[in-house]
Design a protein around this ligand. Structure first.
Ligand code: CMC
Length: 370
């Protein structure tokens, strides 16, 4: 038995949800470029769960279902209020999503009908939780979700209490579309491993949130903003990047296990970052990002991934840096739940092997002789 570090190149399951073939990402066979330009996040959620684009009435029904399930139980809001003021937002999300199970009478009902209802509740409530947490830690009361608007608009509304500008809603919606699913990424794999034991959907998404939190996965978007802030001004870019590369440190938002010629999602966020920079009259983050991209590509041959330009997009939307990864989770909840439903449909326990590298033939030594 020989281990493959990081399971690189290992095909661990079949899936009909999303594919990455020759650098092209599709959701259910539809090119991500097509979806980024044309689809709403809710259409994508439907597509991921049901395998086809919704008709108008199916989409209307999904909007109604999401809306009807977007409020979070009062006990869960009280729980968020009890978190220490400096709680990491992803830790808060992980604990809060896990707690939702305690108040869901169907939590342990494993029927497909109950599982899709739980997927709807999870999708609807994740953005409510993130917004509530963000307000509560600032000493403000959470804002209840409003009806008749998209998840993207509702999230921005619940965060600020104000009706967001259409361009802000468009940018948020596009970001949600672009992050919704990504084949067998680390967090989705974690979700599938968990539910392949026939554990419940809440356990699956809680595992996923824990995996997304890390800076090599979803946490990279926040780390990109830390880098941009550390650099500060365009004249510092070159020295900063060269120093990082000389020290063999990673530049966040670059590289990808699967894409070697560039992440197809990055260009959409780059465009959005430029547009928002112009509108907000602050091109600093965009300009610095472009400069960093050029340097890193020239010096190291690495291309930006989805996290790189999402940092400047969210900053232009005045979203606090530590909410970037929770926003990734709001979107990826759709992919996680789709994968969990798919795993249940054709389940087998996921239990790989390890190549043993420890000592062999050791005798047990009684404690008094150690
Ligand atoms: N900056 C500098 N060098 C890099 C980077 C980077 N961002 N990414 C890869 N490399 C180098 C790495 O140092 C290694 O070089 P060497 O062979 O000389 O040791 C080589 O490229 C291979 O790197 P690796 O880490 O073994 O590759 P991987 O396939 O395991 O990693 C990755 C993929 C995304 C974890 C990695 O590119 C990385 O750490 N990037 C920065 C973090 C990041 O942006 N993560 C978000 C990923 S996209 C969104 C998501 O899925 O969450």
């Amino acid at each position: 038995m020989t281990a493959t570090k990081g399971l690189e190149g290992i095909v661990a399951t079949t899936s009909s949800i999303s594919s990455i073939i020759d650098g092209t990402l599709t959701y259910r066979g539809i090119n991500i470029d097509d979806l980024a330009e044309n689809a709403t996040f809710e259409e994508v959620v439907y597509l991921l769960w049901y395998g086809k684009l919704p008709t108008q009435s199916e989409l209307d029904q999904l909007h109604k279902d999401l809306e009807a399930n977007s409020a979070v139980p009062e006990q869960v809001i009280d729980q968020i209020k009890s978190y220490p003021a400096d709680t990491n937002p992803m830790a808060a999300l992980r604990s809060t999503v896990s707690s939702l199970a305690l108040f869901d009478k169907e939590a342990n009902d494993m029927s497909p009908e109950a599982n899709i209802r739980k997927a709807i509740r999870l999708q609807a409530q994740t953005s409510t939780i993130v917004a509530a947490f963000a307000r509560i830690r600032e000493g403000k009361e959470p804002i209840s979700p409003k009806s008749g608007v998209s998840i993207a608009e509702n999230f921005l509304y619940m965060l600020t209490g104000e009706t967001p500008e259409p361009i802000a809603v468009e940018a948020m919606d596009k970001a949600l579309v672009l992050h919704a699913d990504h084949e067998l990424n680390a967090s989705t794999f974690a979700a599938r491993v968990t539910v392949a034991t026939l554990s419940d959907i809440y356990s699956g998404v809680t595992s996923a949130i824990g995996a997304l939190k890390g800076p090599l996965h979803g946490g990279a978007n926040e780390a990109v903003m830390v880098m941009l802030e550390e650099i500060g001004t365009p004249d510092q870019v070159e020295a900063y990047v060269k120093k990082k590369l000389d020290n063999k440190e990673k530049l966040m938002g670059f590289g990808h296990r699967v894409y070697k010629n560039g992440d197809p999602r990055a260009k959409h966020l780059m465009k959005m970052s430029k547009e928002l920079g112009k509108i907000t009259n602050n091109m600093n983050w965009y300009n610095m990002s472009v400069q960093i991209e050029e340097l890193v590509t020239n010096l190291k041959g690495l291309k930006p991934n989805v996290d790189f330009y999402s940092a400047s997009v969210y900053t232009s939307l005045k979203i606090p840096r530590d909410l970037f990864t929770p926003i990734f989770a709001i979107s990826r909840m759709s992919g996680w739940t789709a994968h969990i439903l798919e795993q249940y449909e054709n389940n087998r326990l996921i239990r790989p092997r390890a190549e043993y590298t420890g000592p062999s033939s050791q005798a047990y030594v009684p404690i008094e002789k150690r």
